[in-house]
Design a protein around this ligand. Structure first.
Ligand code: PA5
Length: 448
């Protein structure tokens, strides 16, 4: 039967079995603290049972709104940042055609805004939307985050100016807190359709709520299958499955054993560009969950083989503080064979008749051995295919492992106090009322 596999063979030259197994009891305790809700941040554990607790009626509600926006729009702009952006982006890239933005296949183009504050990005977006029939999904749990709030203000006005206030209201959906925040007030005042982000689900753990599921359904993907995969992952990563047979525990044990050995940087490696944004999502999940109290493995990412031609040199021979986690997809969706060429001027006939994926696989295996030889341990995680079911499975697997790992490190994996520092400075520099003193200090420090 197909399953997600974690293979630790290529870390065994760097840590012993005993070092990995010595983490067993801490990891088992972390699992129990999660399930019994007795650990740090225990008011943010709603995501833990989301896949098995979301009802068919709730999914139908998401599908209904998605269908309506699909019918109304050539383009749907999803506004959000961090956990209110990366999950949907990761899934759309993983499941979509690599060239979907240049295709008309009956699905609206789902594009993103408010994930940066770049003037050119948002100006170019407005120019694009001038000639398009479009809708907006605005996502912010707090309802007060500056980046999406500015983007929404601009896009809301643009849409209202082009189709009128009442039609615009029918094309805007807000996903936010049940009662708190500026976005909630605005949505209620304007009469937008809304979905609620549960109080006990933090941004980076929210992909299986409407935050991720609505944009994914709008793009035409099967969110029921995604949730089905995540529900199986929920069962298979729970404490009911023993440490030795539990893939999430193996991953947590391996990365923490390597961390104890001074491997402070984990590079997530993929061999398909479709997983680029899944890596971005994973970086946010692990970086924000573990990077605190001067602790935590630094999460980085590369897309191979592209980045073997940029980062490959460093990984092979630079500072030896890194390990890799390689995500492999067993079965590609398409089949492409290297053709024979009787003239063989490019001298590639040794590859004739081989599938592209076989060439890719040999690059992967050869790289793992080379990196091992260069002092880089490699954890391998394999999923059978890039389908809604397996992407849903993988997302939950990483969420669960992240929470267990955070507890194993003895940090609160559900808060992000460090993110506030830049926001305060930005507000002070922009003259937000209440930040006058800080503004003076900062301007002096910056010499402006
Ligand atoms: O994981 C998190 O909590 C953060 O990354 C948030 O998702 C991000 O800051 C956006 O917050 P909000 O949804 O409140 O706008």
């Amino acid at each position: 039967m197909s399953e997600l596999k974690v293979n630790l063979n290529n870390i065994m030259d760097f840590v012993s079995k005993e070092e990995i197994n010595s983490l067993k009891s801490t990891i088992e305790e972390s699992q129990l603290r999660l399930e019994q809700k007795t650990g740090k941040g225990n008011d943010f554990l709603g995501w833990l049972s989301l896949p098995t607790s979301i009802t068919s009626t709730q999914i139908s509600e998401i599908e209904k709104v998605a269908k309506d926006l699909r019918e109304k729009s050539e383009v749907v702009v999803v506004i959000g940042i961090g956990g209110s952006y990366l999950g949907a982006k990761a899934v759309l890239e993983a499941l979509g055609n690599s060239f979907s933005q240049l295709q008309d296949n009956g699905n609206p183009h789902v594009i993103f805004a408010g994930q940066n504050i770049c003037e050119d990005y948002h100006s170019e977006l407005l120019q694009l939307l001038n000639n398009k029939k479009y809708s907006i999904v605005v996502i912010s749990k707090s309802g007060t985050t500056t980046e999406p709030a500015i983007a929404f203000r601009i896009l809301k006005q643009h849409l209202e100016n082009s189709v009128g206030k009442s039609e615009a209201a029918s094309r805007i959906v807000a996903i936010t807190d049940q009662s708190k925040g500026a976005l909630r007030k605005l949505a209620d005042a304007e009469g937008y359709r809304t979905f609620i982000i549960p109080d006990d689900v933090g941004g980076r753990y929210s992909v299986l709520t409407p935050v991720g599921l609505l944009p994914i359904a709008i793009a035409g993907f099967d969110i029921r299958k995604m949730v089905e995969g995540a529900a199986v992952a929920e069962e298979k990563t729970s404490s009911k499955v023993a440490f030795e047979a539990n893939a999430a525990c193996s991953y947590v044990a391996a990365r923490n054993a390597l961390y104890k050995r001074g491997k402070n940087v984990e590079i997530m490696v993929n061999y398909t560009p479709k997983l680029h944004y899944l890596t971005e999502w994973w970086k946010q999940l692990y970086g924000e969950s573990e990077g605190k109290e001067n602790k935590g493995i630094f999460p980085a990412g590369v897309d191979f083989t592209s980045d073997l031609h940029s980062m490959g040199q460093y990984i092979q021979e630079g500072e030896r503080m890194i390990f890799e986690t390689v995500i492999s997809v067993e079965k590609p969706a398409s089949k492409l064979i290297v053709p024979n060429d009787p003239e063989n001027l490019d001298q590639l006939n040794f590859l004739s008749g081989k599938r592209y994926s076989e060439v890719n696989k040999m690059a992967e295996l050869g790289t793992i051995v080379a990196h091992n030889d260069g002092g880089v341990p490699c954890i391998s995680i394999t999923i059978p295919e890039l389908s809604p079911y397996w992407v849903g499975y993988l997302l939950y697997f990483f969420e669960r492992a992240c929470a267990i790992s955070g507890y194993t490190l003895d940090v609160n994996p559900f808060d992000q106090p460090g993110v506030e520092a830049y926001k305060k400075n930005m507000f002070a520099l922009l003259g937000k009322p209440g930040f006058e003193e800080q503004s003076k200090v900062l301007k002096k420090r910056l010499g402006i």
